[in-house]
Design a protein around this ligand. Sequence first.
Ligand code: NAD
Length: 428
Amino acid sequence: MPINPFKNATQQLENAAKLINIDSDVLEILKNPKRILEVSIPIKMDSGCIKVFKGFRSQYNDALGPFKGGIRFHPQVNINEVKALSAWMTWKCSVVGIPYGGGKGGVIVDPRKLSIGELERLSRGYIRAISDFIGPEKDIPAPDVYTTPQIMAWMMDEFSNIKGYNVPSIVTGKPLEVRGTKGRKYSTSQGGVYVFEKAVEKLKMNPKKINIAIQGFGNVGAFMAEILFALGYNVVAVSDSKGGILLDENGNSGKNKIKNTKQHSLNIMEVIKFKKDTGSVIDFPGTETITNEQLLALDVDVLIPSALENAITEKNVGKIKAKLIVELANGPITSEADKKLEKKGVIVVPDILANAGGVIVSYFEWVQNLQNYYWEEEENIDKLKVIMERSFDEVWGKKDNLDISMRLAAYAVAVDRVAKAEKLRRGL
Ligand code: NAD
């Protein structure tokens, strides 16, 4: 039986609700998405035939502001996944204190099998199908797995065509040329780095001696690896959907050579180039090929899951050796596995906090679109740092005060804010 991520999300909510003692009426509201759309999107394929794709949008909760969340194009998209992701967006926006609710969308498709023209027609078709239910004050989509800034540009253009005027604030994660914002493309990872460094400090780890493994080498995983590498950290293993690579015993020679430093790391800039040329990280010179399962079980200090949900389950949790896990992917650890990690004393910086950098800079993009006044990259990143570090400290403080896991603490902070807003708005 495939794991139902929505069950996982509901369990996390219930755990937090118990801890902060929220009303059963409010909990009942928070356990259900406010609205779910299921749409059929007929697309003319290059062959001339029509193919109908199925898409979803889950609008989970908007007590704190308009729904906000990405759109995923993936063959395994399903309603439970979309619902879970929309719940996590609700808690994510709340835990970092930005004025949004949570939503998420998805289309069941393998975009790698579409031509550019087909992908454009599908992106436009999806927005047309949900256009009555989204808007800058209602629901603001963004990129997620296998959706790109180009796709956001098509979606913004389609929505603007429907309205008859430019509406850049309808989606975030747009290219700079069409009112995107500077730094957005690496913001999730940059935010992840800020909380990673906070955790390293709290755990009194020696930054020079930390070995890091990163699962997933897409937008989030590759930027995370790049920033950590540039800061001098040792990234010893990375992976993509085809498998992983582990730095050879002999370390840094050939393409892996790192100039003028003693860094014992994969040369991430070279790995990025290699992946661009070959389509995968596999066979990068100076490395051993490993499976994704082996990557998770490596004897490293820090593990950074940056691919899809349910990477760490009851089946493989016993093999995890890392002391710190920073969840850049959404929902990479199941509830059962999470309990076991907590028992073992592994510190998990939970997804709703660790990967909030993307939605925070998306928020800045939306603010700039609404004001038609654009900030420099430095301003976005400085403001991101302030929010990430403040949120980390709030969650860490709650964790210490109540002697609970970081995940439970993050949920307690996030759910409390949404519950209070629901109560005030509904007069409960
Ligand atoms: P992406 O499509 O750019 O990259 C996904 C990566 O995961 C690819 O390298 C792919 O090869 C790899 N992958 C897929 N299946 C895998 C497997 N079984 N094992 C190892 N690697 C595998 O997506 P992304 O935008 O980097 O998103 C990754 C995760 O981060 C998702 O969980 C997403 O929800 C989350 N996230 C993304 C953002 C963002 O700003 N893009 C923000 C917050 C959270």
